[in-house]
Design a protein around this ligand. Structure first.
Ligand code: IMP
Length: 175
C-alpha cells in the first residue's frame, strides 16, 4: 500500500490490542457476564467492534447503524441516517461502539435516537476521543485513548474511504 508510507503512527497495533483487552475486561465485569447489544456505527467502528467483542466471553448481539456527516476531512454538521437498526433494542443493555468522538454531534444525535427505542440501558464506548474539538456536551462512558486534534486514519477510520485497513492509528504529518 503506497500511501502507507506517508502516514505516521500515533497508536501502534500493540497499544490498540492491549487497551482493547482492558476495555473488554471492564465491560465484561460491569455487565456481570450478561448479554449486551453492541451497536456498531458503520463503517469506521467495524475493526474496533470485532476486536472488542472477540475479547468478551459472554453473549453479544450485534446491530449496525450507518450515519454520515463527513465529506473528506470536514464535518458538514448535518447527520443523515443511511442504515438503520434491524432488530428491537427495547429492554436491552445496549452499548454504542464508535470509532472516534470529535465534535460529538454524531453521538448526541444517535443517543437521542436510540433512547427513543427504550433500551434498558444505553452506554457509549469510543476507541478515540478528541476532546479539544467538542462542540456539544458529549462524554463516552468508555474511552480507549484521548488523542490530540489531528485527523487520524486506520483501524477503520478513513479519508474518502481510504486507509481503513491500516492495523494502527496514524496521522498525516502536515495535516
Ligand atoms: P463527530 O460527529 O464530529 O463527533 O464525528 C464523528 C465521526 O466523524 C466519526 O465517527 C468519524 O467517522 C468521523 N471522524 C471524526 N474525526 C475523524 C478523524 O480524525 N478521522 C477519520 N474520521 C473522523
Amino acid at each position: 500500500m503506497e500511501e502507507e508510507k506517508k502516514v505516521k503512527v500515533l497508536i501502534s497495533k500493540e497499544e490498540l490490542e492491549s487497551r482493547i483487552t482492558e476495555l473488554a475486561k471492564q465491560i465484561y465485569e460491569e455487565y456481570k457476564g450478561q448479554e449486551v447489544t453492541f451497536i456498531c456505527i458503520l463503517k469506521g467502528s467495524i475493526f474496533f467492534t470485532v476486536e472488542l467483542a472477540k475479547k468478551i466471553p459472554s453473549d453479544i448481539n450485534f446491530e449496525f447503524i450507518r450515519v454520515s456527516s463527513y465529506h473528506g476531512e470536514n464535518s458538514t454538521g448535518v447527520i443523515k441516517m443511511k442504515v438503520d437498526l434491524q432488530g428491537d433494542i427495547k429492554g436491552k443493555d445496549v452499548i454504542i461502539i464508535e470509532d472516534i468522538v470529535d465534535t460529538g454531534r454524531t453521538l448526541s444525535y444517535l443517543k437521542e435516537y436510540l433512547k427513543s427505542k427504550e433500551p434498558k440501558s444505553l452506554k457509549i464506548c469510543a476507541l478515540l476521543d478528541k476532546k479539544e474539538r467538542r462542540l456539544c456536551d458529549m462524554q463516552a462512558d468508555y474511552v480507549g485513548f484521548d488523542i490530540p486534534d489531528k485527523f487520524v486514519v486506520g483501524y477503520g477510520l478513513d479519508v474518502n474511504e481510504k486507509y481503513r485497513n491500516l492495523p494502527y492509528i496514524g496521522y498525516f504529518e502536515n495535516v
